[in-house]
Design a protein around this ligand. Structure first.
Ligand code: 13P
Length: 274
């Protein structure tokens, strides 16, 4: 009879924490950002706050001017809400008038930086290459890049969307260390600023294929994929656990609606191990 001990059972794959956030884009005054953050922090600290909220990551992405005040509010409240920036430069310092340094963002308590949003690509000429350079800078400064990707045109189908998205993903992932944490926001351009999100079947299939791609699957660093584009309360459960969270805009600019979405994400059943 062999005395060789059984090999240890493989460690269960860690489930990635879900992550949900909102960008205020350039919609809010500084006062409105402060009152939004205050209302959110009050809801999160209430005695009847949803008990599962601790299981998800929550972030807000205000404009650059309002960012330090938002960080101060979060710190004063002792809440674990991450504050992100909407953009940054690829260099840490230098003669770049009007730009925002990733080193300064890190210095003031910024945790993540949104990069390559469709509006920045369309209106400000940002490209995969410039986004990749910024992603490297964000990681170098100890923050997490929140990289927006998505096909421009509606109606091309899943395969066309995946090809376009994987090109965007590849250039960013090649620019950051293998073990760097990255959040990808799948935001079909045609679904941003619309009346409703992209169809659930389309989102799930694109995200599933991106997640299973060589670019993403083999990475050492955590790579979460969230959905954005006219997202709001009621959407997450319909996505059937295929995404790791949501990146919201207009439909979460009311703190109550954002909080409602956070609770929905926190309590949705976990159907996928990842
Ligand atoms: O662009 C978005 C988040 O980055 C989504 O914005 P909307 O939800 O307002 O369409």
């Amino acid at each position: 009879m062999s005395t060789t001990p059984d090999p240890p059972a493989p460690a269960p794959r860690l489930r990635q924490r879900r992550i949900v956030g909102v960008s205020t884009k350039m919609y809010f005054s500084a006062a409105r950002t402060a009152s939004f953050v205050n209302a959110l922090l009050t809801l999160l600290a209430a005695p009847d706050a949803h008990p599962l909220l601790d299981t998800i990551d929550i972030f807000i992405v205000p404009d650059h001017v309002a960012l330090t005040a938002a960080v101060a509010q979060v710190v004063a409240a002792g809440q674990k809400v991450l504050v992100g920036a909407q953009n940054c430069h690829a260099e840490d310092a230098g003669a770049f008038t009007g730009e925002v340094s990733p080193a300064v963002l890190a210095e003031v308590g910024c945790a993540l930086v949104e990069l390559g949003h469709a509006e920045r690509r369309r209106l400000f000429g940002e490209t995969d290459a410039s986004t990749a350079g910024k992603a490297a800078a964000v990681v170098r400064n100890g923050m997490v890049p929140l990289v927006c990707v998505g096909e421009v045109t509606r109606g091309g189908g899943v395969a066309v969307a995946v090809e376009e998205v994987l090109g965007q993903v590849r250039s960013v992932l090649e620019a950051v260390p293998e073990d760097a944490e990255v959040v990808l926001a799948y935001e079909p351009v045609w679904a941003i600023g619309a009346s409703e999100p992209a169809p659930v079947g389309h989102v799930c299939e694109v995200v599933r294929r991106v997640r299973e791609s060589e670019e993403v699957k083999g990475r050492e660093g955590a790579t979460r994929i969230v959905y954005g584009g006219s997202a709001g309360p009621g959407l997450f459960a319909r996505l059937g656990g295929e995404v790791d969270g949501l990146f919201l805009g207009r439909f979460a600019h009311d703190p109550g609606q954002f909080y409602k979405t956070l609770c929905e994400v926190a309590e949705a059943p976990r159907l996928r191990e990842s």
